[in-house]
Design a protein around this ligand. Structure first.
Ligand SMILES: [Zn+2]
Length: 187
């Protein structure tokens, strides 16, 4: 079950089973892999743009302080606001571009492990280390976050978590499949 090519995100929905990706040649993922494309953050990219614009207007405050006091130390505050707003613009662009492709995060539910693929990272977690699967609704009705919790949270760098669009994915079914794999790994 895979809606898009794992390498180039080409939509596989119209392809026959077993056919490699016509764009990049990536073979069809094995049948027991369940591929979920989602997002690292909920919400609309416009919220990030709004935040960036707000920070940019706040730059007038340190600028005024420099003018009034003559102390250039306020430039540090200005530089901080500028870099924060640039980061927010960058995030909004990344989010906007990834919407067409189904999101910036991919989960691959394999028989033994859950693999997460982000824009610059990949992580595998054995189902045996997992405890249960949380289902949380977001601010909008079609946003759901799935989080896989671990049995031991020691030295943990964040749990596998993904925002899925319920118009694209059946989030309850995905939760049930992940639960099933955790239970199966314990046997
Ligand atoms: Zn491809």
């Amino acid at each position: 079950m895979s809606a898009r090519c794992l390498r180039c995100r080409y939509p596989r929905t119209a392809l026959l089973a077993g056919v490699p990706c016509p764009e990049c040649g990536e073979p069809e993922p094995p049948r027991d892999w369940i591929v979920v494309q989602g997002r690292s953050v909920p919400g609309n990219p416009l919220w990030f743009v709004a935040g960036a614009c707000l920070l940019l207007t706040m730059i007038t405050i340190p600028a005024l302080m420099v003018v009034r006091t003559g102390k250039y130390v306020f430039l540090v505050h200005g530089a901080f606001l500028l870099s924060a707003s640039i980061y927010l613009f960058y995030r909004s662009r990344a989010l906007y571009l990834s919407l067409e492709d189904g999101g910036d995060v991919t989960w691959i539910l394999k028989p033994d492990v859950i693999e997460e693929r982000g824009p610059h990272w990949t992580r595998e977690t054995s189902w045996r280390e997992c405890d249960h699967v949380l289902f949380e609704r977001g601010f909008t009705s079609n946003a759901v976050r799935l989080t896989v919790t671990k049995r031991e949270a020691m030295g943990d760098k964040g749990l596998p978590s993904i925002w899925v669009d319920t118009r694209v994915h059946d989030a309850r079914q995905l939760q049930a499949i992940a639960r099933e794999r955790i239970e199966h790994a314990r046997r």
